[in-house]
Structure formats: C-alpha cells, structure tokens
Design a protein around this ligand. Sequence first.
Ligand code: ADP
Ligand code: MG
Length: 618
Amino acid sequence: MADIIKLLPDHVANQIAAGEVVQRPASVVKELLENAIDAGASTIMLIVRDGGKALIQVVDDGIGMSPTDARLSFERHATSKIQKAEDLFDLNTKGFRGEALASIAAIAHVEMQTKLQAEELGTVLKIEGSKIISQEVGATVTGTSMAVKNLFFNIPARRNFLKSNQVELRHITDEFHRVALAHPNIAFHFHNNGSEMFNLPKSNYRQRIVNIFGAKTNQKLVPVAEETQVVKISGFINKPEFAKKSRGEQFFFVNNRFIKSPYLHHAVVSAFEGVIKPDTYPGYFLYLDVNPASIDINIHPTKTEVKFDDEHTLYAILRSTVKHSLGQFNIVPALDFEQDQNLETPYAYKNKEAELPSVAVDSSFNPFQEKVATKGAASYQKGSKVSNQSWEGLYTGLESEIGKEVAFRSMQFESDTITGSVFDEEKESLNTSSTTFQLRRKYIVTTIKSGMIVIDQSRAHQRVLYEKFLKNITVKEAVSQQLLFPLSLSFSINDRAILEEIKESLNTIGFIFGAMGDETVEIKGVPVLVSESEVGMVLDQLISDYQMEVSGNSFSQTDIVAKTLAKTLSVKTGEILESTSQTALVNDLFACKEPLVSPFNKPVYITITENDIDRKFI
Ligand code: ADP
Ligand code: MG
C-alpha cells in the first residue's frame, strides 16, 4: 500500500494553530497589545471597527523591527523573546511562543508598518491568509503599526460564529482593561468606530483604575500591601459595602500579566467572609509579584492560567493580607453591612431616634445584634462618620481626580436628609395603640383575632415598596422629586450603556435624567422614596441586577427595576423599628395585593392561632 502520511502545508498548519490562539477579535487585541508592550512602547493606540470584525489596529512607539525581522515575525515559532527552553523560566515578556502573528496572518488581511529608531525609512508589509502580498520600503514613524482586517475572511464558519459587534466589542474592552490595568506606566488610547472610548494617560495604579472605571471608583478602593519572600502583593480591594451580585471588577495580575485563578479568588473571597452579604462578590485589583522561576505560564495557549510552585502558601498569604487591609482601614468595625445600609435608608423609620424595642428579648444568639445592642444606635452612627473621615486620607494619591471626586463624595456622605415621605403622613392616622413588637430586630409580631402573626420586617417592606413601584410604573405617574441642583454621577462605559437601556423604566418610576455624557450622567429628579445621597448606590444596584437578570429569565424590565428598588430601599433585618413604624408597616403590608409573599417569592409572615398555642400547653 502506498504511503499516505503527508506534512500539512504551512498555511494550513497556521490556520489550525490560529484556532488555538485566535478565538475572536478580542484575542487579536490581546496579542497585539502584548507585542506592543514587549516592544517597550510608552504610548499604545488601539483602533477598532465593527467589534473588531472589520478592523483591529494597534499602533505603538516601541522599538520597531528591521525589514528582515518584519518578514520573519510572521513565521511560526519566530520569536525574539526566548532562545532556549531554559529562558521559559525567566520570562519577563508577555509573548514567547512566536505563534501570534503567524496565526493572525493566516486568517486575516494584515498590514504592518514598522521602523527602527536608528533607521530613516521603515517597512510596509501586506499579508493575506499567510501569503505575502507586498513588502515595501516606506516613510513611517518609529515603532510598529499592525492593522488586522477582515478577521476569519477565509474561514466563514468561524466568522459566522462571532457574536454581534456589541458583544465582541465588550470582549475587546475586557481585554483592553486587563492590559491597561497591568501597565499604568504606559499611555493607552482606544478608539471604536471613530470615537474615543478611553484615553488613559500614564499614571499610577490607583489612577489607572479610576480612569477606567470612573471617578466614583476611587472611594471604593482600599489599598493592599504585603511583601514576603514568596510574593509581593499590592493593589486594592473594594470596600465591602460595594460588593456586587454580579462578578465584574475582579482582577489578578501576576508579574503584570492578567490571570484567572479560581483558587486565589477563593482566598480573597474567604477573607471577606462575614463582611459582605452571601451571594455577593468583592471587587479587587491585586498585583502579585513572584519570582518568574516559581511559576509556569506555559500551561495554557492563551496564557491566562498560571501554575504556582507553592499555591498553598500563596493562598494563605493572600487571604491574611486582604484580611489585614480590611482591618487596618477600619472596615471590620463597620463590617455590619446591615448597619451601613441602615444609615443610608431614607425611609421615615430611619429618621427617628432609634429606640430599643419595648419588649425585652434575649438577643444573645446573634452576634450581629449584640454588637448593636452594646454600642447603641446613636453611637454606631457616630462611629461611621469617623470612619468616613479616615477614608478621606486615602484620596490623596489622586490629584487629577480630586475635583470630580469631591463633588461626588460630599453627595455620598451628606447626612440622610429626608425629603418627604408618603409614609410619614399616613402614619399620623394610624392607630398606634394596637399591639406590635419587634422580635430580634427581624420580626414584627402583632395580634389578630384568631391569635398572632409574625412578620418578617424586611420582606414585608419589600412587598410594600415593590407594589408601590409597580403601580408607579403601570400608572405612569411616578412621584418624582426634582433636584434643585442636578447630580452628576460617573459610570463606567459599560454601566452607562446599561443605564441607557433601562432609562425608560427608570423614567416611569421617577428618575429624571439630563445629559448623558461619556462618563457622567446628569440626574435631575429622583423617586420620592430615594434620597439624594443614595442615588448612586441605587443605580449601581440596578445596573448589576439588570445585568444578571437579562441573562436570567425575569419577565420584564419594569419588574427587575421594581424588585431591585424594593430590595435596596427596604428596611433590613437588624434594624430597630419604633412602634409607630411597626404599625405603619403592618398596615401597609395588609393593604398590598399579595401580602403573603415577598417580590422574591419568600413567605412574608406566618400565623400562629390560639389553637396552635393551646396545643402546646396540653
Ligand atoms: P511572541 O510575542 O510570542 O514572540 P509573536 O508572533 O507575537 O510572538 O511576535 C513575533 C515576534 O515579532 C516577536 O517576538 C517580536 O520580536 C516581533 N514583534 C511583534 N510585534 C512587535 C511590535 N509591535 N514591535 C516590535 N516587534 C514586534
Ligand atoms: Mg506576541
């Protein structure tokens, strides 16, 4: 029988390899940005059209290439970064496989312009599907420009598999964030379809984070720093109260390379245990520096996974470092998220001097309650102000943002002035003599003819607010409170896009938006139940819930909005309600259409009949 084994032609081999390296436009962006960084660039420009399907161009002012290198760089396994296998253990570059350019050139139209500093003229090279179309001498600037057009032009199946331009752009933006966060000492520009998305000047880590995610990010950041023989850790964690339901701003960088590590993620999350609500995730930007010889980044073709020599030690160090930061910056004493929300709840209940419930109950089983009980409501309010002050010291690293930040901060920390509440008026007419008492700052107990009912205060309030908001939305006559001075809030670009999507529903419940700038959104009016100081928090929650729910199966946008607002603004477990507030809540609950279940389908109250009680006494 004749021999049947053949060597694959290079262009076919390259196309196959490309499948590993280039999954989507964002992979090209990553490779090109990394090459620019390896080339020592101090300014990098990324230009994208149609979600990267039509064009991805990266322009750098790095070292450039000679005409020969320019040609060679597109060969498979052509790299200037390692010469021998041992070099792999001392990597200080992003690339080393010499595969990226060969792969990209196999599946796209590539145009490269490159020039060495010492040369007068540079090289202009065109390649389509691994075929060199032309190589010319040209007058170009020092550095390299790589334009990748018509990605997957010769693999229709892959091209059709790509998602919408919007989704691909989101992937590109994620990739861009990761690279830009790892290299604040490099200036980045990012243009999409002709308009500027990001302009990131050379800065420090903190400023880079803020420049990417918006001015309001600054107040969330808590510095982290630790240096041991195994690892140097620096960066920031977000304050616990900013933990989000959706995963998002979670970044690990190892030797300035973005990595994914579920194991290290767990270390951070476990340090936050008890400080954030279950099912929420802390944000973090953590930079680990380790000896390059102690890691293996070779295990994954796209190099976002790293194998550490001593993972267990790293886990322990990371966990305790994060814990330490939480403690050092006074986060742990204020760790009761319920309390924090307490302070921000605009609800009329809040405005009254908190009183201990008139019925003495043993609260010893609940550590959270004990803390409040010993300190008293008044003192925990004071305590929180003090910690706000100590936070101010942390803004100092951020000169250029200070102006914007001050405006936002004074808005955030403003005292909780109440701007009128529907509830207050209703309360006057209530029969306050009916018996209610609060049990363990969690339940309201009241008597009915046949016995008694035990109401979960938080769920009850959620139900009340939910129906109120739904009514606003359907009747379209939301009670909006015009702001004398419109608020200007900043949002990341992604968040702003989502805000734009849900704007209609927000209008119907009483938000009035003014101009929507690139990063800032002007707010001219807010629903009556939302106080000015919590607008930012409420909108953040809405954005993250919406992001989660659209992928889930919540049936309408208005429903998501009403639910989120109800959840965010409701009285929480652990809050003291004075007796008039208890009565008001009970009455409001039973004026609801569906008092039995919360908007999240949890039971709101239980009934214990006289019979039930009698039976216990048999
Ligand atoms: P790798 O980065 O793994 O070495 P690539 O295929 O990405 O492989 O690049 C091949 C080579 O081309 C690099 O090693 C580098 O020498 C050169 N090169 C690629 N991009 C640039 C650039 N922007 N500036 C200078 N040299 C570059
Ligand atoms: Mg590379």
